[in-house]
Design a protein around this ligand. Structure first.
Ligand SMILES: C[S@@+](CC[C@H](N)C(=O)[O-])C[C@H]1O[C@@H](n2cnc3c(N)ncnc32)[C@H](O)[C@@H]1O
Length: 244
């Protein structure tokens, strides 16, 4: 998979792309990530990429010409062009999975007051928001999307099953995790996790994951049908909360 990120601030990507999973993805996960300087697609002596908004008001708007030029230079037959935008569809794990199957993404980072509307209408395949808040630019949202996507590429996470157990992968939150020491300041690790009984451990984890989801994110339970086991746990949880 190749990801091209088009930005006016390429320096914001150096650190994150050279650390942890983003580095690993590029080294061994088949994820080629290129940071493309939008300024390189501007024209004239002053290399201007932004201008005042028509109609007045404060702030600046990214001009359409350099963005169109950049995308036209990068786009191939299998490219999906994504604009990071607070007005887009909220990013989810399901969207990350879908994008991880694309061979080539071009991520467009807005800045200032945003991007000329003609980019959104004529150039972009989809708009992604990382949440209902406004950031200064699309660079951090692009990094969020890149991280969520490339860790799903085959070979990036050491343990092949790890992403499949994460929160949201199967419409549930992840179970609690413990590591050594077995007791810390009087707080003990649940006995079952020390038992060596893999079936019991798996059972405990499924149940705890379900309990967490029901308590913290009951909306997720509506998206994925309950198994018979989960329906039983839900009844028990509801009984427990009525009794307390
Ligand atoms: C200051 S914002 C522009 C906000 C715009 N005036 C609005 O209210 O919708 C500048 C750029 O940051 C990026 N951005 C800000 N918040 C974002 C979010 N929640 N998700 C994705 N991108 C975001 C977008 O690329 C946007 O063009």
């Amino acid at each position: 998979m190749r990801i091209d990120v088009v930005t006016l601030f390429p320096g914001m990507f150096g650190g994150p792309l050279s650390e942890s999973m983003l580095r690993v993805a590029q080294e061994r996960g088949g994820g080629e990530i290129r940071v493309v300087d939008l300024r390189g697609y501007t024209e004239g002596r002053h290399r201007v990429a932004d201008d005042y908004p028509f109609g007045g008001g404060g702030g600046m708007v990214l001009k359409p010409e350099p963005v169109f030029r950049a995308v036209e230079a990068l786009r191939g037959p299998e490219t999906r062009v994504v604009l990071l935008c607070p007005q887009g569809v909220t990013f989810t794990q399901a969207a990350a999975l879908r994008l991880a199957r694309e061979p080539h993404l071009v991520l467009l980072c807005g800045h200032y007051e945003g991007v000329d509307e003609r980019v959104r209408i004529h150039l972009v395949d989809e708009e992604i928001s990382i949440g209902d808040y406004v950031l200064t630019g699309g660079e951090l949202p692009a990094l969020v999307v890149i991280d969520a996507v490339v860790r799903l590429l085959p070979g990036v996470l050491g343990n092949a099953g790890a992403a499949g157990n994460d929160s949201f992968a199967a419409g549930r939150l992840d179970h609690p995790q413990y590591t050594r020491p077995t007791e810390f300041r009087g707080m003990a690790v649940p006995e079952v996790l020390l038992s060596g009984d893999h079936a019991r451990i798996a059972d405990w984890r499924r149940r705890e994951a379900f309990r967490r989801t029901a308590e913290r994110r009951p909306d997720l339970l509506e998206g994925t049908p309950l198994t018979a086991e989960e329906a039983k746990w839900l009844t028990e949880l509801e009984r427990g909360s009525r009794a307390s």
